[in-house]
Design a protein around this ligand. Sequence first.
Ligand code: SF4
Ligand code: SF4
Length: 112
Amino acid sequence: MPWFAGIDRKKINWCPTINLERCTKCGMCMNCGKHVFEWTDDGPVVARPLECVVGCTTCRTLCEGNAIHFPSVSQLRKTYEANHVWAAVKAILIRKGKIPTEDKTIKARVTG
Ligand code: SF4
Ligand code: SF4
């Protein structure tokens, strides 16, 4: 995914790093649905960092050795703010019909 909500994915600092000294070789990270990791003779490596879903931390949550780390969430939120990502994602979701338009949201709040 080279682009994310209209901005270059490379500008979004979000992907895992592995501390192989802590890695128990449990293999759980290889379960990532985006195939971010690859297995080597030394254990897992981050082979496709830009495929990591922005904001996801599942591999870190389930890592047996607590060996996976991510950049700071507050920095990620600052990037979102600076690049108007929330507004861009909302516009995409409205266009796809996944959430109601602004008008309908307001109407639902008033009548609901
Ligand atoms: S955070 Fe999610 S998408 Fe990214 S590598 Fe881990 S499991 Fe895969
Ligand atoms: S989930 Fe963690 S401990 Fe398991 S193989 Fe991956 S990095 Fe190593």
